[in-house]
Ligand binder design. Structure first.
Ligand code: OOB
Length: 557
């Protein structure tokens, strides 16, 4: 079927900060923006090989033609329920068939998925519903013993726009996605479809401010993101891609991930459990050729005794990104998994850096790759915004054909997060390696990177400040061998009060936040160190906790 009638006018509503007209014209001229929608990416693959298996979820193996029909069934059903182009839908499905099919259905009708994580709870989902003004929420019924439908019910009171609950199994008060998919739908070319310049989806930022910001990604920019990544990674019809990370993250979704694999007629294998005991046998059973991991997960796979028992011979490419990868661990990928390592330094905001498959081992182990697109403009600057000398460290600023120009409904924040000439301030401290690749040296942004999940220090501090015993506080990263970093809370307790970690965690759990954000250590102090301009000296706190941990490990404390 064709993508249907195009509605000419761009953005339904607000939210997208457009690229300047001359810049957009250049991106089109160069072919980076191809005028294709994400749905059309799938259609091309369906036309090519309708019978080929596109998605594997446990015992279910769904062909390209069936994925298309089932996604159209969902699209039609959602339209019957009044969902329209430009509407927002908070999607919180785990790595299951329904995630793929619902996402494709929304992309088909031009409704925008807001890509929440299964780990999110009332605090985060409530925020996403309010910020996006979502009319629908899609989640599992129960997942890891949490009742998502009940959560959606609780949140309804504060989300007046929310009028539709979607679930991938029958549940009271929710529309069953499986039932819509099973109906399927005949091609209907007259159904309105989004334009390539429209926002396709809203990704979550690993932001540094209070609550997550939303990142509008257009069809043009996301199609480029997925297609160019697939080409760079050598994805083709023989690719079998394992979705080990949560599918709503940009990395497994489109770098090249699910969309990249589907665009070239490859196969997507889903798993809700990325632990070695589940993932390694799945690689053997499904002859997985490629996957994307964060360093913490890679380390678990490498350390697992199961690694030697499973036949991983099919695995050709292991992409690793989201957090710093130690060179010693990087070198073990070829030796112990028999696959080529690709380091990926990317961000949901856009810019992707990849090592190339034929780079020398030293580059693969020691650098975080180079930009995907010749149109990516990178600047490394000092605190005054001046470009540093080649090879020196500085903050990375970037603009380009798939990097956002502004967050969704965040005018005030956008004024700080972007330079006047449209560069996104990444907050990452980097330098150029002699090989022409980037090395990530640190960061200038206030967050904790826990195994690739980003935690905003400010968000946690605001929550902790709500505790009656807390006078003031600061959340900082402490180093951790397993997940890279964990959250340490420094707290000044009010006179006459006491606080310990279990009490603080219990208080935060009552606020119904994602568990990965819970502090894992509490340091009660008399006062917080200040910088000479009177701000909390987080660097001093990071140094202090690092030293303390080292002393504890040495047995001195
Ligand atoms: C990916 O995306 P986000 O949006 O969750 O986080 C982006 C941030 C970067 O700004 C950087 O601070 C950090 O995560 N990061 C890395 C890294 N890759 C990302 N830090 C050190 N080394 C790396 N290789 O994390 C993401 C998105 C797409 C592809 C891959 C990762």
């Amino acid at each position: 079927m064709s993508a249907g009638t195009r509605v000419a006018a761009q953005p339904r509503g607000d939210g997208l900060t457009p690229w300047p007209a001359d810049v957009a014209a250049r991106y089109r001229r160069e072919g980076w923006w191809s005028g294709t929608t994400c749905w059309e990416l799938l259609e091309d693959a369906v036309r090519h090989a309708p019978e080929r298996i596109a998605v594997v979820d446990g015992p279910r193996r769904i062909s390209y033609a069936a994925v298309e029909q089932r996604a159209l069934g969902i699209a039609g059903g959602l339209r019957d329920h009044g969902l329209e182009r430009g509407d927002r839908v908070v999607v919180q499905l785990p790595n299951r068939l329904a995630f793929v099919e619902l996402t494709l259905a929304l992309l088909r009708i031009g409704a925008l998925p807001v890509m929440a994580l299964p780990a999110h709870r009332d605090h985060e989902i409530g925020h996403l519903l309010a910020l996006s003004g979502a009319v629908a929420y899609a989640g599992p019924r129960r997942h890891r013993s949490f009742d998502h439908v009940a959560m959606a019910g609780r949140l309804r009171a504060d989300a007046p726009a929310l009028r539709l609950l979607l679930c991938d199994e029958p549940a009271d008060g929710a529309v069953d996605l499986e039932a819509l998919a099973a109906v399927g739908r005949a091609a209907d070319a007259s159904d309105p479809a989004p334009a390539p310049g429209d926002v396709a989806l809203l990704l979550l930022s690993g932001g540094t401010t209070g609550l997550p910001k939303l990142i509008p990604r257009t069809h043009d920019d996301y199609v480029y993101n997925a297609r160019a990544s697939a080409e760079l990674c050598g994805f083709d019809a023989s690719t079998v891609y394992l979705v080990a990370l949560p599918a709503s993250h940009n990395f497994p979704l489109a770098c090249p991930g699910i969309l990249g694999a589907l665009a070239v007629g490859g196969r997507v294998v889903l798993t809700e459990d990325a632990a070695p005991a589940a993932a390694l046998p799945l690689i053997e059973r499904e002859h997985v050729t490629a996957t994307a991991l964060v360093p913490a997960l890679l380390l678990r796979w490498l350390e697992s005794p199961l690694r030697e028992r499973a036949d991983l011979g099919s695995l050709r490419l292991v992409q690793v990104g989201g957090a710093r990868l130690a060179a010693e661990v990087a070198r073990r990928v070829r030796l112990q998994l028999g696959a080529t390592l690709q380091q990926v330094f990317g961000m949901a905001e856009g810019l992707l850096n990849y090592t190339r498959l034929d780079d020398p081992e030293e580059v693969l182990a020691e650098t975080q790759g180079r930009p995907l697109c010749p149109g990516d403009e990178l600047r490394i600057v000092d605190p005054d915004g001046r470009t540093v000398a080649d090879g020196e460290e500085g903050e990375l600023h970037v603009r380009g054909p798939y990097t956002l120009r502004g967050y969704y409904r965040a005018a005030e924040h956008n004024a700080r997060a972007f330079t006047p000439d449209g560069y996104y301030r990444t907050g990452d401290v980097v330098r150029w390696h002699a090989s022409g690749n980037l090395v990530v040296a640190g960061r200038a942004k206030d967050l904790i990177n826990r195994g690739g999940e980003k935690i905003s220090a400010e968000e946690i501090e605001n929550l902790i400040l709500g505790h009656a015993a807390v006078e003031t506080c600061a959340a900082v990263a402490m180093p951790d061998e397993e997940v890279g970093e964990r959250t340490c809370a420094y707290v000044v307790v009010r006179d006459g009060h006491t606080l310990d970690l279990p009490a603080l965690v219990a208080f935060l759990r009552e606020r119904r936040i994602a568990s990965f954000k819970l502090p894992e250590r509490l340091e009660v102090v008399r006062e917080l160190p200040l910088t000479n301009v009177g701000k909390v000296d987080k660097q001093a706190l990071r140094t202090a906790i690092r030293a303390r941990l080292a002393r504890e490990r040495a047995g001195d404390d």
